[in-house]
Design a protein around this ligand. Structure first.
Ligand SMILES: Cc1ncc(C[n+]2csc(CCOP(=O)(O)OP(=O)(O)O)c2C)c(N)n1
Ligand SMILES: [Mg+2]
Length: 718
């Protein structure tokens, strides 16, 4: 007995859906049926489809239509193409899979379950359990199920990243592809690649419409990332209706213009055409590949296919039943996984993956014997260890009244650190000379098609994809950093947020941190950005007050490997404080510390960050001259301070001293928790202006005189 023929997407689209003749065989699943190759392939594909439909139906929410349409390509990719061993999901040389259209998450959970990906415990060891069990699928979208509404990195081995915000997956995949190229360039010997890998992405209209999709594609094309394959689900449907409502561009021509190889698969059900397209990708060695896959959303659903009704809501029990009938599936069975399908995947990706990895392992064993140093580096990367002696070169800065901008000291510290940290790499969105992020030591080099081992990245003016790329590099084990002006964190915020959700230790080096940048004016002067970056959970935002706080910030963030850090740095010069006169800069690691105390009990606390700490110190001297005892607290990183014991926090801000002044060239938002709602604040209340920095500070009243006045007001309770 044979399985139903599969209508081509074109046939489906051109016939009246409800009137389409049912497939030839309205057969129920029957173990006794003969298993021709075509049958078992179709059975496997329909298992992906029905699992996805059942998951969404049980949750009574989610997106069934796209998994139904993309089951064939997902099947071919996983079972036949990807270098992936389900028994070792963290094998470093594995191909990466990203479902950029995260709303179709059931597609990913279904294939992960069927491929038999093993779970990995907290210590990183593979267990006997499945990473995605059938029970987890039954609990799709429920609390504590790894099958969250959108794929969440860390929830289950095999989920390479968190997706859902459209565009992030494609953006991040470019970083993964870069990592694949970099590993290969740095560590491979000879012809056979042990350390490179391919990155496959399934993406949707939304991914390509988003600006980041285009930015990232532009980077990938420029860098000729031939190890990157995006499979674009060209279904002409988004939430509001047909794409023609808002999206009519010629995607193939556009991507060719961006330097991509493109190939169109006219029918998402045509397995051979899919195979041929994937082979074309593998045979293209000078460009990334975009496979444009024409699909019918909700394929198989008599009343909802090819319509946006199949996008974001369960099909409903009746339609699920009708669709299962169409697939030749028993309509009364839910979460049915035929044994043959499990066996088929074991005989496919299971055996293929094990064999590929075994070959790799023997290659790596030989490599190890001959490349001790590289192997030890790789070991460190794979186990998340910092390089030995990583701190050795970090400079200590001499006290100096003139000092230097914190962006300058940052450049020095970054270089000293990166020199000892071979897999620390990154760059700027065309502002490296201002951000001071170029690695200048011998051998650092520029990353590019001629040198995939380079460590300086020229991201171009593409902040959003820059940050997403850094996430991709970080997810691949590299220590990545990116840089731009602080005000342009607005352009990269979604990727910054994902760094945090995914616990990636990306370093954001943000300079020109306030009105202190001067003449460029209000468009370039951040005022809300400290508050808004601090508002993202899990991001440590550092605003150091001098060169030694910068050095200490780097020491601290280097070991914080499960969260992103942001350095917020000045354009203008700042004195380097004499650490004999003032408290040592190691206080930075506690987030806030008493930089200079008053003689005797303080009557008022002056708390500042970054450049404004120096204003507080000046005010302290003026107050002392008037017999007023003020304590100066430097608060380079609020998040670290909040994590200290109450005892420590109270030692810095004694509850008895309620007269407090906060000073920061940004908005007050957030300060109340340190200075109290009655505390005084010296800072900004709106946008800045265009003028030299000194003029602006006086214009906005961010100076010692005002801090003194506010301190007195705080003491007198005005
Ligand atoms: C950045 C972002 N904006 C909006 C959404 C909400 N959203 C989810 S899916 C979708 C569009 C769906 O169309 P498409 O990308 O073509 O996916 P398909 O329905 O074809 O699977 C939208 C707007 C989102 N997830 N991310
Ligand atoms: Mg679509």
């Amino acid at each position: 007995m044979e399985f139903s023929p599969v209508y081509s997407c074109k046939q489906w689209k051109t016939s009246k859906r409800g009137l389409l003749k049912p497939p030839l065989f309205w057969t129920r699943y029957d173990k006794a049926m003969s298993e021709t190759t075509a049958n078992i392939e179709q059975l496997a594909i329909n298992t992906i489809r029905t699992l996805s439909m059942d998951g969404v139906q049980a949750a009574n929410s989610g997106h069934p239509g796209t998994p139904m349409a993309l089951a064939p390509v997902t099947y071919v990719l996983w079972n036949e193409v990807m270098n992936y061993d389900p028994a070792e999901p963290n094998w470093p040389a594995r191909d990466r899979f990203v479902l950029s259209c995260g709303h179709a998450s059931m597609l990913q959970y279904s294939i992960m379950h069927l491929a038999g990906i093993k779970a990995v415990d907290a210590a990183g060891n593979v267990t006997d359990e499945l990473s995605i069990t059938l029970d987890s699928i039954r609990n799709f979208r429920q609390l504590h199920s790894p099958c969250a509404g959108h794929p969440e990195f860390g929830e289950a081995a095999g989920i390479e990243m968190t997706t859902g915000p459209l565009g992030q997956g494609v953006g991040t995949s470019v970083g993964m592809a870069i990592a694949g190229k970099w590993y290969s360039a740095r560590y491979d010997q000879g012809e056979t690649s042990l350390f490179g890998f391919n990155t496959y992405v399934i993406c949707s209209d939304g991914d390509l419409m988003e600006g980041i999709g285009c930015e990232a594609a532009s980077v990938a094309g420029h860098l000729k990332l031939s190890n990157l394959c995006w499979i674009y689900d060209d279904n002409n449907i988004t939430i509001e209706g047909e794409c023609d409502l808002a999206y009519t561009e010629d995607v193939a021509t556009k991507y060719q213009g961006l330097g991509w190889h493109t190939v169109t698969v006219e029918d998402a059900n045509d397995l051979d055409a899919i195979r041929a397209a994937l082979a074309e990708f593998q045979n293209t060695d000078d460009k990334p590949t975009l496979i444009i896959l024409k699909s019918v959303i909700g394929y198989g659903s008599p009343n909802k296919a090819n319509s946006h009704a199949a996008h974001g809501a369960p099909l409903g029990p009746d339609e699920v039943a009708l669709t299962k009938e169409y697939y030749g599936w028993p309509a009364d069975q839910h979460f049915l996984v035929p044994d043959e399908v499990v066996e088929h995947f074991q005989a496919g990706i299971g055996q293929r993956g094990a064999a590929i990895r075994a070959t790799w392992q023997s290659g790596f064993d030989t490599y190890k014997a001959e490349n001790a140093e590289a192997t030890s580096e790789l070991d460190s990367i794979w186990s998340g260890r910092l390089p030995e002696n990583w701190e050795d070169g970090i400079p200590a800065f001499e006290a100096d009244e003139k000092g230097m901008a914190t962006r300058v000291s940052s450049g020095k510290v970054l270089n000293s650190l990166a020199e000892k940290f071979p897999w620390m790499l990154g760059g700027s969105a065309d502002l490296a000379p201002s951000n001071m992020t170029n690695l200048n030591f011998e051998g650092a080099g520029d990353f590019g098609p001629e040198n995939y081992g380079g460590r300086n990245f020229h991201f171009g003016i593409r902040e959003h994809s820059m940050a997403a790329i850094c996430n991709g590099m970080s997810l691949s084990g590299l220590r990545s950093y990116c840089a731009t002006f602080f005000v342009f964190t607005d352009y990269l915020r979604p990727a910054l947020r994902l760094s945090s959700i995914m616990h990636q230790d990306v370093i954001y080096i943000m300079t020109h941190d306030s009105i202190g940048l001067g003449e460029d004016g209000p468009t370039h002067q951040p005022v809300s950005h400290l508050a808004s970056c601090r508002a993202i959970p899990g991001v440590n935002v550092y605003r150091p007050a001098d060169a030694n706080e910068v050095a200490q910030a780097y020491r601290t963030l280097a070991v914080q490997q499960s969260q992103p850090s942001m350095l917020v740095l000045t354009r203008q010069g700042l004195p380097t404080l004499c650490r004999e006169e003032f408290a040592p800069a190691c206080g930075t690691s506690k987030g806030a510390y008493v930089l200079k105390d008053s003689e005797g009990e303080p009557q008022v606390i002056l708390a500042g960050t970054g450049s404004e700490v120096h204003i507080c110190l000046e005010a302290q001297t003026q107050l002392a001259a008037e017999g007023i005892a003020a304590r100066v607290v430097s608060m380079p990183c609020w998040e670290l301070f909040d994590a200290q014991s109450k005892e420590y926090r109270d030692s810095v801000f004694p509850p008895a001293v309620s007269a407090r002044v906060g000073c920061e060239a940004g908005l007050r938002m957030g300060w109340d928790r340190y200075i109290g709602s009655e505390g005084k604040f010296v800072g900004m209340t709106g946008f800045g202006a265009s003028a030299p920095a000194g003029v602006l500070y006086d214009h906005f009243g961010i100076n010692a005189e005002n801090v003194v006045a506010q301190a007195k007001a705080a003491i007198s309770g005005e």
